[in-house]
Design a protein around this ligand. Structure first.
Ligand SMILES: Nc1ncnc2c1ncn2[C@@H]1O[C@H](COP(=O)(O)OP(=O)(O)OP(=O)(O)O)[C@@H](O)[C@H]1O
Ligand SMILES: [Mg+2]
Length: 236
């Protein structure tokens, strides 16, 4: 569904993404992990059209290399950001409506907004200003606004960051439901290995922009190269 081929991104002398190739199949949850500064968020920025790069990226067999962000979003690729971004003065419902306006060719769809509010457990808070939400609800809202664009692929950037154990369980449940009930393909960048091994079918590990290994998450997390570069002592 999404094919990344020989993609390289340099910022001056720094190679942030180094000749990466991988493929995400329709319906799967695809995980990406690696140390800080490995190039994970940069990879999302390339897929969503924020920077130019060397190599090619295709979505559903269409070459999207060089397309601007709004066109890529309209094609069905949505993302969230590492730090939750909301419009503080808007209500929860209006924020979801923004996603609905932005993503839908038909314009804003009230029923779909209601569905997303229910799906993200935010229906009771629909009139609350987003600035009043706690971190978990802000994350639910950011994911809801992305869902409101009716994506075929949803790319999540460290959705668990800063969350406690019970919040992680709720976010994992949401991600599973988005994948299984809505049929949305998911790419997830995450540091929590337990989340990745429980949610994903394929896991890609990168370090300094380069692939270390890619495959079944249980095999990948027991690979000696991954333990050395990333998991280290915490794996023991
Ligand atoms: N716009 C930019 N200009 C210059 N350098 C950048 C830019 N964006 C990212 N970088 C650099 O590229 C490298 C990869 O950064 P990136 O944010 O993709 O890492 P990451 O894997 O997402 O890390 P983290 O786990 O900390 O979020 C880092 O060295 C970073 O400083
Ligand atoms: Mg990052």
């Amino acid at each position: 569904m999404l094919r990344v081929t020989n993609v390289t991104k340099k910022f001056g002398a720094l190679t942030a993404v180094n000749n990466l190739s991988f493929e995400v199949s329709q319906g799967q949850v695809f995980g990406i992990a690696g140390p800080n500064g490995a190039g994970k968020s940069t990879l999302y920025n390339l897929i969503t059209g924020l920077y130019d790069f060397k190599g090619t990226i295709s979505f559903k067999d269409q070459d999207i290399t060089g397309m601007p962000p709004h066109v890529i979003a309209r094609l069905g690729i949505a993302r969230t950001f590492q730090i939750p971004q909301t419009f503080p003065s808007l209500t929860v419902e209006k924020s979801i409506e923004v996603g609905s306006y932005f993503g839908s060719q038909k314009g804003f769809d009230k029923d779909h907004v209601d569905t997303v509010l229910a799906f993200t457990n935010l229906a009771a808070k629909r009139d609350a200003p987003t600035g009043s939400l706690n971190l978990l609800d802000k994350k639910m809202l950011m994911i809801g606004a992305a869902l409101a664009t009716r994506p075929e692929i949803l790319m999540l950037d460290e959705p668990m960051a800063g969350s406690n154990a019970s919040e992680i369980i709720q976010l994992m449940d949401l991600i599973r439901r988005i994948n299984q009930d809505l049929g949305v393909t998911i790419i997830i960048i995450e540091h929590f290995m337990k989340v990745l091994t429980e949610l994903t079918q394929t896991l890609l590990i990168i370090e300094t922009g380069t692939e270390i290994c890619c495959g079944d998450p249980r095999e990948v997390t027991s690979d000696p190269r991954v333990i050395e570069c990333y998991l280290g002592d915490s794996h023991d």
